[in-house]
Design a protein around this ligand. Sequence first.
Ligand SMILES: Cc1ncc(COP(=O)(O)O)c(C=O)c1O
Length: 286
Amino acid sequence: MSTRGFLIDFMAISCFFFIFLEFPYFTNHFFLYFQLFEGMKAYRGVDGKIRLFRPDMNMARMNLTARRSGLPTFDGREYVNCMARLISIDQEWVPHTEAASLYIRPTLIGIDPTLGVASSDSALLYTLLCPVGTYFKSDTSGAVSLLADPKYTRAWPGGVGNRKMGSNYAPTINVQKEASKKGLQQVLWLYGEDHQLTEVGTMNIFMFHVNEQGEKELVTPPLDGLILPGITRDSIIALGRQWGQFKVTERKFTMPEVVKSLEQGRMLELFGTGTACVVSPINRIH
Ligand SMILES: Cc1ncc(COP(=O)(O)O)c(C=O)c1O
C-alpha cells in the first residue's frame, strides 16, 4: 500500500475491555463529560521496526485521569499489550516514512444510562487508530504563530488542567477559531495577573534563553496542576539534564520576562512540545 494511501482517514475501533453494544443516547458521557483519552504514536524506524514512544507513561497518566473522573482504572501494561497486538495486526497502517506515523487514541467513557450527576459504574475503553502527517499548519520554516489573550484561561489551581479529560479541550476550540481568524496558528494559554505562560495549544512550552546571570537556561513551567505532564516535556527535560550543556529549570515564567529577554537579545528559542508535533518552534506571539 502506498504512503498516500496510509494518509487517508481511517479509524479502527478495537480492544474492548467492556463490550457495550446497545448505546443509548442518554449514556452519561454525552452530557456529563465522562470522557478522557490519551494521544500516542507508533513510528516505523529506518530499520523497519515499529515502536511506541514511552507508552507506560501514557497509561499512568490515563489512569490518573480516570481516577479524577471517577471512572474505573485498569492494568496499563495489559492495555499496552492489547494495543501492540492491534498494531501488529494492522501494521501496514504505520506509514513507511519518517514524515508520518500512526496516531493512537486510547479512550475511556462512562456509559451508565442515567441522567443523574453521579459516578459512572460502567465504562467503555477503546482504541482509535489513524495514520497522520504534520499536525499543525505552520509557515515554511515549520514555526507556529500564537494568539495570547489573557482574558482566556485553560486551567486553574484545584482544577483538572493536569489531566487529559475531554472537558478540558472543548472550551478551547472557540479560542482556537479566534486565533485562526487573526491568521495565527495556535493559542498561547496565559494564567494569572502576571501573565504566566502555561501551555501552547496542546503542547507544553519551553523557553531557551540566556538568563540575567548570563547562563544558558532551558525553562519550562512546573507541574503545579495547571499544565499537562507531557511525556515529550519529560523527555526533553531528561535529555537536557543528561547533556549538561545548559541549566534546565522547571519554574514559572511570564510574558514580561519573555519580552525583556527578546528586547535584550537574550532569547534563543521558544518552542512547544507534544506527541502531535514533537517539537514546534514559535515565531510570533500576538
Ligand atoms: C494540553 C496539552 N499539553 C501538553 C501536551 C503534550 O503532552 P505529550 O508530550 O504527552 O503529548 C498535550 C498532548 O497530549 C496536551 O493535550
